[in-house]
Design a protein around this ligand. Structure first.
Ligand code: SF4
Length: 336
């Protein structure tokens, strides 16, 4: 049964909801291996290189109230996170971006907490695009408006990310009582209408059902410029209301990455190293991911606490893993 579904996917046929649900219900090591093999074959048919994305966190001062239940990133939410409030100054953003460019990593994500209507993102985009040749993703969630999106476009921001996290409205409300799902959907619509590439992902392991994940993957089809789907497994941050909620298992993360690849053959599928765990990067690649995010080079000028967990992938280690798997990597050698 599962082989039949996977063969359909390999032949380029669109799978139905029930078929995707059947894949999510796969539990035996044999079935999961088949799903992963199919997903990486589909990725490799495109002979795409694995992309690396680094990060700069702009501020952890978040106006969303009450805070998202799982958040360990915003100031004062977790002793394991940044904890103390910060706003990166322009020269700090510049130094971080130059350190990423010099390391050979081709892409940077500028992300931060909410409450600035996108002004913090625009200022970062200006710095990155006027001083480096890095590809740029901006992620300030729903904290954007028409004006800031126009300015991001003006500075040639390559991708704007607004994760819906889950399309289960009740669950969204429980997890993010200070935000509304419809506001995030509206930003995704605006990004698409402005012809900017949209990145929008799933946060999994928070109590959503397989049906919620499948509905979410179908829902994303409505965004015309969708170019990237991050798959983020939940990890509890200490001191937060969800500190005792179990982390999303590696099995659920790889299965979701692989099913997303089976459904979206040509899209960039991103796995942040903090959410899967730097030691598990290999499994995300086996599942068909083609972008590893929050990859931090040596001599990066500031402290990094990953969004989703305090850990992150070190550039040298990540390159070792990707190349040892025989995969091609998009990486400019830093000999310039
Ligand atoms: S997850 Fe983002 S929006 Fe929510 S409280 Fe944390 S920083 Fe603010």
């Amino acid at each position: 049964m599962i082989s039949k579904i996977l063969n359909k996917a390999l032949e380029g046929e669109n799978l139905k909801k029930e078929e995707l649900l059947r894949l999510f219900r796969a539990d035996s090591p044999e079935e999961i291996k088949l799903i992963l093999e199919t997903a990486s074959r589909i990725r490799d048919q495109g002979s795409k290189k694995i992309k690396l994305t680094s990060t700069v966190h702009l501020t952890n001062v978040c106006q969303v109230t009450p805070k998202c239940q799982y958040c360990g990133f915003a100031a004062r939410t977790s002793s394991e996170g940044y904890y103390h409030p910060f706003y990166k100054k322009e020269d700090e953003i510049l130094k971080a971006a130059l350190s990423v460019e010099n390391s050979g990593i081709p892409r940077i994500s500028c992300s931060g907490a909410h409450g600035y209507q996108g002004k913090q993102a625009v200022s970062a985009a200006k710095i990155v695009k006027e001083n480096t040749s890095l590809e740029l993703l901006v992620n300030v969630g729903a904290d954007l408006n028409n004006e800031s999106l126009h300015e991001l476009s003006h500075y040639e921001t390559d991708t704007v990310c607004c994760n819906l996290e889950t399309v289960n409205d009740n669950l969204f409300h429980q997890l993010k009582p200070g935000e509304k799902l419809k506001d995030r959907i509206q930003i995704c619509d605006m990004v698409s209408e402005m012809d900017l590439e949209l990145s929008s992902g799933l946060l999994i392991g928070l109590g959503e059902s397989y049906e919620d994940r499948v509905n979410h993957l179908f829902f994303l089809k409505k965004f015309r410029t969708l170019g990237e789907i991050p798959i983020m497994g939940f990890n509890p941050y200490e001191d937060t209301p969800m500190a005792n909620h179990p982390p999303c298992s590696l099995k659920e993360q790889v299965k979701t990455i692989a099913i997303t690849r089976i459904m979206y053959n040509n899209i960039r599928i991103t796995v942040p190293t903090p959410t899967i765990g730097p030691e598990n990067v290999k499994y995300s690649l086996l599942a068909g991911a083609d972008n590893l995010a929050t990859v931090i080079p040596e001599h990066y000028p500031s402290d990094v606490k990953g969004v989703g967990s305090p850990n992150y992938g070190n550039l040298k280690e990540v390159i070792k893993v990707v190349t040892s798997m025989g995969l091609k990597i998009e990486y400019k050698n830093a000999s310039k």
